[in-house]
Design a protein around this ligand. Sequence first.
Ligand code: 8DG
Length: 320
Amino acid sequence: MSAKSYLHIVAAVLTAQDGRILASTRPKGRSMSNRWEFPGGKVESGEGRWTALVRELQEELDLTPTRGRPLIRLKHDYPDGPSVDLDVWRVWDWQGVPRAREGQVFDWFEGDALTELNFLAANTPIVAAARLPDRYLITPDWGDASLIPDGVEAAARGGVGLIQLRGAWLKTGAAESWVSEAVSRARALGTKVVVNGDVDLARAWGADGVHLSARAASVLEQRPMPRPALVGVSCHSAEELRQAEALGADFATLGHVRTTPSHPHQPPLGEATFFALAEDARIPVYAIGGMGTDDIPCLQSRSIQGVAAIRGLWPERDKV
Ligand SMILES: Nc1nc2c([nH]c(=O)n2[C@H]2C[C@H](O)[C@@H](COP(=O)(O)OP(=O)(O)OP(=O)(O)O)O2)c(=O)[nH]1
């Protein structure tokens, strides 16, 4: 049997300096018209990916992108339409002012507002990737939770866009005040905060979402919090990734990629297995386990969201 053929599509998540993202409708007369999408189109035969993206943005919006990187790549089979291999890029810099050249409607949206638009069916994970940053910090499990708000603020100031609050301290009496302080300081800097494991606490404390273990995710039939809340799942295998996708999770962490002090006796996935699993995933994936910011360029060159880490991202104690 011959392998199914997929149309290679490039699309751009144009991200302005204030963080807003451009989305546009498919023009009348096209398939799936009026649904929202990210600007882009088919790669022509023999054309490079970036060249195709530049051409599509010039044709559709009169813009020339000048800086970008792969964001997410996934395949989708439309039941009554094409099978597409969506190769989506984050673009931060461009020349020109966008103008609709094909009768489409476009606008700039905050990340959360994107979840309210009627996007093409393939785009749910793309919207998740567009909303998520490349660095995901998990708080260390310290006895002294009073350091959490300052640490969270320092990390947010350093550009960490997503933080998971985790640790035994979450169950202590003082936790609520540390969490609400951390959430409000992070939010003021545009950083989101999710709570490890406990959906009720995440809701009660006004966090931006929850991060679940694969085991906790496996007993759920649907997302425990509706969008725009974020739902993440810790995955270690293809099976757990499929489970997270079926649940409608916004993202997964996958690891551990390398041996780490926190898992000294468990064999790591290793980079080859990590990349094989992550590139096959249909939701954004963060590499976890011995990873740091130095790994981000390599991960991004392969359309992987970024890194999740404790040690690799928690600010030095003297900066807290
Ligand atoms: N540009 C773009 N295309 C997307 C996105 N999501 C998604 O499923 N697609 C699909 C829709 C189309 O089947 C294909 C894009 O091809 P295209 O935009 O060149 O298609 P087209 O205008 O020639 O229209 P048609 O052939 O589908 O009628 O990829 C997205 O976010 N942006």
